[in-house]
Write a protein of this length. Sequence first.
Length: 124
Amino acid sequence: MENKDTYQVIFYKSVNGHCPAEEFLGSIPVKVRAKVAKWIIRLQECGPDLPRPYADVVRGKIRELRLVFASHQYRFLYYFSHKYIIVTHGFIKKTQEVPENEIQRASKAMLDFEDRTRKGEIMP
């Protein structure tokens, strides 16, 4: 089901400007980056209605964008905040489940982003 409104994607940046999603994108092959860009656009268009196998809920507000390329499973963790999609980071998934440390990393980024937004330190 198409969502009427388009969401805006924001890559999370830490207080010191570190952007894990951009760093991960810079480390993967160009063809994979092109596929990621295509699916991020689709995520913007569909929002929470983007179905499995392309997106899924991981835990609580944390979701994953799921891409397979050349037998590698690429994942980008994100969450929704109003009409924004905050992408916390990406990684190559090597196990059946999303590793707990990746979920914790996304949760920590989400709490930091929301706290700094509430304080007016950043504007989405």
